[in-house]
Design a protein around this ligand. Structure first.
Ligand SMILES: CC(C)(COP(=O)(O)OP(=O)(O)OC[C@H]1O[C@@H](n2cnc3c(N)ncnc32)[C@H](O)[C@@H]1OP(=O)(O)O)[C@@H](O)C(=O)NCCC(=O)NCCS
Length: 211
């Protein structure tokens, strides 16, 4: 695997420590704690991540489109058309609401390479990987040309660490069993806890596994 040379470390530090028994919701401000250092010689790369804000919505939508229409064998609609599907349109609607947390991986030239984020949902309004109102649901996408070089692993690892730093114990997601992303999730400690047909609902404990 070729190192992705245009990635480098942004910041070091351990992040905030949550108060016991509370779930502090994220701040979308420059005052938020620094992201943990993510350099790992095993991956032969280092990377820059930054927190997603409201202005990242178009890029998150682009990544949502990648996640929803991931099958290379199937024709894809135009992004604007595909994202209008009601089950997809709601997934990023009102991005920036309380609890929304995301990370964007960027290249040295500040080009967005990929993003991972999570949101809380309710019993009455949720997506496919919903488990409970206390467990946010995660989504991830990396631009086609940046895949297979560790960007997705880095985003996932950092986002799970971010969840842990916010006092969030578990994170869920939904993945189609044939999606190669499933292997990545399993490596990151996600386990199947349910689902229907070929769609698996998976759950990771932020204090365990590969986080
Ligand atoms: C899944 C995804 C985010 C992984 O990002 P990445 O930067 O390629 O991941 P890494 O390089 O850190 O890790 C490689 C792993 O990603 C997965 N992966 C690699 N290429 C992939 C691709 N084209 N499509 C889906 N998953 C892929 C595999 O699990 C791979 O591990 P493997 O080599 O053991 O099979 C990225 O491939 C992607 O955006 N895929 C399309 C969107 C998607 O399917 N999102 C998840 C929906 S549930």
């Amino acid at each position: 695997m070729r190192p992705l040379s245009q990635l480098w470390v942004l910041s070091k530090g351990t992040g905030r420590q949550p108060r016991k028994g509370t779930r502090s919701l994220p701040k979308h401000s420059a005052a938020a704690a620094p992201l943990p250092s993510l350099y790992n010689p095993k991956w032969m790369l280092s990377s820059q991540l930054r927190r997603a804000n409201r202005a990242d919505l178009p890029f998150l939508e682009e990544m949502l489109f990648e996640a929803a229409f991931w099958r290379p064998s199937l024709p894809r609609p135009l992004p604007a058309v595909g994202l209008r599907r009601p089950d997809l349109a709601k997934l990023l609607f009102g991005w920036g609401r309380r609890g929304d947390t995301g990370l964007v991986a960027i290249s040295q030239s500040a080009h967005s390479l990929g993003a991972a984020w999570y949101r809380f949902w309710s019993e009455g309004d949720h997506s496919y990987g919903f488990v409970s109102e206390e467990i946010p649901e995660l989504a991830i996408g990396v631009r086609g040309e940046a895949r297979g070089r560790g960007v997705g692993s880095l985003l996932l690892r950092a986002l799970l660490a971010e969840a842990r730093s916010q006092g969030i114990a578990q994170v869920s997601l939904s993945v189609e069993v044939e999606n190669p992303a499933r292997r990545l999730y399993e490596r990151m400690g996600f386990l199947r806890i349910g689902g229907e047909g070929n769609a698996w609902t998976m759950l990771a404990h932020t204090s365990r596994g590969n986080v």
